[in-house]
Write a protein of this length. Sequence first.
Lengths: 304, 241
Amino acid sequence: MTTFDILAQQLVNGLVLGSFYALVALGYTMIFGVIKLLNFAHGDVYMIGGFVGFAVLSLVGGLVGTGWGGIALSMFVSMIAVGFLGVVIERIAYHPMLAAPRLSILITALAVSLVLQNSVLALTGGEFTAFRTNLGFGGIALGGVFITYNQMVLVGMAAILMLALETFVTRTQYGRAMRAVSIDKDMCRLMGIDVTKIIAVTFLIGSALAAAAGTMAGAYYGSIWYFMGFLIGLKAFTAAVIGGIGSIPGAMAGGLILGLLEAFGTQIPFIGSEWKDVFSFSILILVLVFKPTGLFGKSEVERM
Amino acid sequence: MSAGSDILLQVEGLEAGYAEIKALLGIDIELRRGQIVTLLGANGAGKTTTLKTISGLVRATRGTIRLMGEDITGTPAHQIARMGLVHVPEGRHILRGLTVQENLELGAFAERSAETRRRQMDEVFDLFPILKERRKQDGSLLSGGEQQMLAMGRALMQKPKVLLLDEPSMGLAPKLVTETMKIVKRLNEAGTSILLVEQNARVALRLADYGYVLETGRIRMENTAEKLREDSSIIEAYLGE
Ligand SMILES: Nc1ncnc2c1ncn2[C@@H]1O[C@H](COP(=O)(O)OP(=O)(O)O)[C@@H](O)[C@H]1O
Ligand SMILES: [Mg+2]
């Protein structure tokens, strides 16, 4: 393999990783937008998404198979179920705290994270659950670079979801209202927008995107466990900050950038893959120090 | 003649405030069909709080607000807006990062039909041609005068029966103030009843049918605009100018 081939291979790996980060970062950033909450439970919503997708595939896999078709169907069901879970979490845990001091709702988010993790811990005993599929190992070779079909389908599905989201926020009244709520809630009320409902819709969509990523990640990596949301939650937060927290295009770009940086970072001599998380969080700190508004952030970032 | 039939907005004994202070200490205001009523007063008198309480952004602690006979005290702001009471807030509050067109489109949030929204937007563009030219631009990057037009255009998208305007002339050059007041007049002639808050008493009284002068949360004086114009020296004492 030439150096070029190695870098090109990492480009592919980075895109896959970046797709997961972007899907989770989108929910992070949208939820931050509408209620200014760093939703530390969002990574755990991704984890629940993985488990629900797994449960659905276990039920219907016999009928529809456990290839990408069956996975896509499970992912879809998981998105709906976990989307509503997100709405319920907002209603029960966050909504009553909206008028309280900011630290209270942040602590509430940590509590929600613990509840979600420990529920799954209790159910699984903390063991890894094998996410059995019959995805093959086929792919195409482009020069010295091998791209699996799985990688292509995965990046493709993530792209479709992001395109759908982009269409939603720019072309529909609810999507525009979502952006408006993250800018000026009182003005929204004066325009006849039910802000509470828009916040619920935001949790629905953000959680559904995380669930899609969770199901795809489970199928792609072949196993799930109760703690799988922890690190990706932090990475998604990093991606959202890189893009400018609150910005939807920022979260997409930030996710991809972080995925690519991590993939290429493993190729830097002496850094290697075991250092990649340190590498990511160093980037987070650099962004926070030198450009706290991120790539797409316009307004001043509120300090937490 | 049935007494209340042409009273669109009736405020009685209204009290409201913020955590630290009581800003309104009992306000009575009436707006009749087809009228322009102005609310005057110095900075901090409670004009903005009055409008915010009427439109539901600030909770009334006492008193009642009736819109077309219906008690709307305590009704959520977005429902009041959908009933045809439209509040253009102080400082215009154009949504940053949204285009002129998107700002207008959201004005008609409650209108489901995209076709109807488009027709309403064309009417707004007829009234303010400059907004049509600028429709793809970020609304918050327009000039002050254009932003005021956008704020009014957005309010028109809501099909207002009662319009609350909070200092529409604020920060505008004299020529634009005149222009803005002409538009207020035109909207009124087209059938919208208007409650107009102004610091600029002369400008407001030229337009209004009736006026109230507010001082530290209380109505200090009220009369027909004509009478108040004759008394403008007294008003200016209250306005602290
Ligand atoms: N958001 C707020 N929080 C606390 N006090 C406020 C707030 N807005 C206005 N006030 C106070 O309420 C009083 C009335 O203010 P306001 O209604 O804005 O007056 P006006 O519009 O006539 O200038 C003032 O004393 C002002 O300081
Ligand atoms: Mg004011």
